[in-house]
Ligand binder design. Structure first.
Ligand code: MG
Length: 294
């Protein structure tokens, strides 16, 4: 029997236009970020150990860098520089024109597992998740290794001291993360919960006190927050949007499993999706949350 077609239910008017496939040919794409200076979307093709860039003006996608030590999630710091996760280096690093500077790779004497996703707060602190997907036996997404500090935590890297401290320690495999617009709340996905993959939890920022927020039907990996505080999340073969109260506002089917997403484009209203082998885009009626002024 054919699969029933899922209709897009956009009663809240969050979308503007159709979902477009921009490029295909990757193996497992992740870590999209809009780079304003080049008007491009930079993203990882983790198993192929390369970084790709979609040039919005030409519509072309090219290899930005090869042999990149299995990068995953990325974001921009307060100066607009790319900060990204490296499975291979087991580190958070800053990358400028191909030059990589490691920002953190250890906690209390043990190496990190394989940082997965990263965000930068308005005070310049770098927050990141550290599940073990890049040190698994297969070597598909990094170099096989062991968990050295004995957990999978969410860390905050203090910009002044350069020291990382665990903030959240009660998740199995913390993965995507994003702040509410006022940075009072931190949303984190957990892709390691038995029988309940795709769980999104929400924490009082800076504390380990969290609660269940939403459980999309497919795995929630990367997520982003818009200017109204809505949560845009990967949800298996879909993007779902939740209100800050946890109400499902939009269910957008995507032909492939979505790993992550980012807002971008000249006016910030375009949503780019990394989904398995392909990069997609859909117009929206919102933009990413702006960091609060300091
Ligand atoms: Mg991820």
């Amino acid at each position: 029997m054919p699969e029933p077609t899922r209709l897009i239910n956009d009663d809240h008017g969050l979308l503007a236009g159709e979902l477009e496939k921009l490029w295909t040919g990757g193996e497992w794409l992740e870590g999209p970020v809009w780079v304003p200076g080049t008007r491009s979307v930079r993203f990882s093709d983790i198993p192929n150990n390369r970084i790709l860039e979609f040039d919005r003006a030409t519509g072309d996608t090219h290899v930005y860098r090869d042999d990149v030590e299995y990068t995953n999630g990325r974001t921009l710091d307060l100066d607009g520089r790319v900060v990204q996760c490296s499975h291979g280096r087991r580190a958070i690093e800053r990358e400028v024109d191909g030059a990589v500077e490691v920002l953190v790779e250890r906690w209390e004497g043990g190496r990190l597992n394989s940082p997965n996703d990263v965000i930068v707060a308005s005070d310049g602190a770098i927050w990141f998740t550290d599940p073990p997907y890049g040190i698994q036996e297969s070597g598909r997404e990094g170099h096989p290794g062991v968990e050295e500090y004995g957990g999978c935590f969410v860390f905050r890297l203090d910009p002044a001291s350069g020291i990382a401290s665990p903030v959240i320690t009660d998740l199995a495999h913390p993965n995507g993360l994003a702040f509410s617009p006022d940075e009072q709340l931190l949303y984190v996905t957990d892709t390691g919960l038995e029988g309940d993959a795709g769980h999104i939890r929400v924490y009082q920022s800076g504390t380990g006190e969290g609660r269940a927020f939403a459980t999309p039907p497919g795995t929630a990996d990367g997520l982003r927050i818009d200017a109204a505080g809505r949560v845009w999340t990967s949800a298996g073969e879909a993007v779902q949007v939740f209100s800050p109260d946890g109400e499902l506002l939009l269910d957008l089917p995507v032909p492939e499993v979505v790993s992550n997403l980012c807002f971008g484009g000249p006016d910030g209203t375009e949503l780019y999706l990394t989904a398995s082998s392909s990069l997609y885009r859909v117009g929206t009626t919102t933009t990413a949350a702006v960091r609060p002024a300091r």
